[in-house]
Design a binder for this molecule. Structure first.
Ligand code: SAM
Length: 290
């Protein structure tokens, strides 16, 4: 039996055989630790009866581990040079389909409908290219896809921001943007040594479990997120200050003060102390005054 693709030895052999040179601009840091990969697959909840979607299979290190557990695996890879390699390395697994496409341009809805069984639980699992982590994740979240969870290796600092709760230094508008759609949890920190080449930043695995419904009732979503961003505008300033500045063309200071009172939020508080509920009350009050 062949060694796993993710073993350092086999990875080196594959790269050599194809004369593959990493492209930094595509965030190519491949995983060379089978243990970590098995852990990721377990955390993701990928088992028999489920489908998996991967973004950026590289030479197939994670794809192979997914194919061993999932019924079917769908993987989007942007780098043309990896296609013949993947065809070779993943040859033993008939339950994988590789799509040569930029994930930011793909019609994921359509591909899911075409490839997976109806009602099959689907988990997104990836060691993401770090240069576009946030756009990839926000796209997946806002597209209203029929997926159950997203488990991704990303830059540690970004994982912390996405999973942060009020009154923590990482808490901000990104935390709310992600947690409006999901329950977020950092499930493990990962050392640089499990990558080839090693990245310059620390990494962590973030697990996002999709919510069936938003956690708060918001009358207008774009306006809600606008209010959230406004409140975090200048972190050292009070929400009174941040909101007055942001809405200076629409509300005068007195109106803002009234709105804060109506929402029962002390004007001297800072954005970092407000939770999703507080922001929802605040946004709904101001939306009604527009
Ligand atoms: N999954 C492999 C692993 O863990 O070893 C590779 C992970 S590597 C961090 C990121 C992968 O995403 C690379 O294969 C890269 O070519 C691919 N990639 C980068 N940008 C992409 C995009 N916009 N759409 C799809 N794949 C992309």
């Amino acid at each position: 039996e062949m060694k796993a693709i993710a073993t350092p030895k086999r990875t080196k052999d594959i790269l050599e055989k194809y004369g593959f040179a990493f492209k930094k601009s595509l965030g190519q840091n491949f995983l060379i630790d089978v243990n970590i990969l098995e852990n990721i697959v377990d955390h993701a909840g990928v088992t028999k009866g489920t489908g998996a979607i991967e973004i950026g299979p590289g030479i197939g290190a994670l794809t192979e581990q997914l194919a061993k557990k999932a019924d079917k695996v769908l993987a989007f890879e942007i780098d043309q040079r990896l296609l013949p390699i993947l065809q070779d390395t993943l040859e033993p697994y008939p339950n994988i389909r590789i799509i040569h496409q930029d994930i930011l341009k793909a019609n994921v809805h359509e591909v899911i409908e075409e490839y997976f069984e109806e009602g099959q639980p689907i988990h997104v699992v990836a060691n993401l290219p770090y240069y576009i982590t946030t756009p990839i994740l926000m796209n997946l979240l806002m597209e209203n896809l029929p997926i159950d969870s997203i488990t991704v290796m990303i830059q540690k600092e970004v994982a912390d921001r996405m999973a942060a709760t009020p009154n923590n230094k990482s808490y901000g508008s990104l935390s709310i943007a992600v947690q409006y759609y999901t329950e977020a949890e950092v499930v493990m920190d990962v050392p640089k040594t499990v990558f080839m080449p090693q990245p310059n930043v620390g990494s962590a695995v973030l697990r996002l479990s999709m919510r069936k419904e938003p956690p708060v009732k918001v009358d207008n979503e774009p306006f809600y997120f606008d209010v959230v961003r406004a409140c975090f505008g200048q972190r050292r300033k009070t929400i009174m200050n941040n909101l007055s500045r942001h809405f200076k063309d629409r509300f005068d200071k007195e109106t803002i003060r009234e709105g804060l009172q109506k929402a029962d939020i002390d004007e001297k508080r800072r954005g970092e102390s407000l939770d999703m509920e507080d922001f929802a009350r605040l946004a709904n009050v101001f939306y009604a005054m527009l």
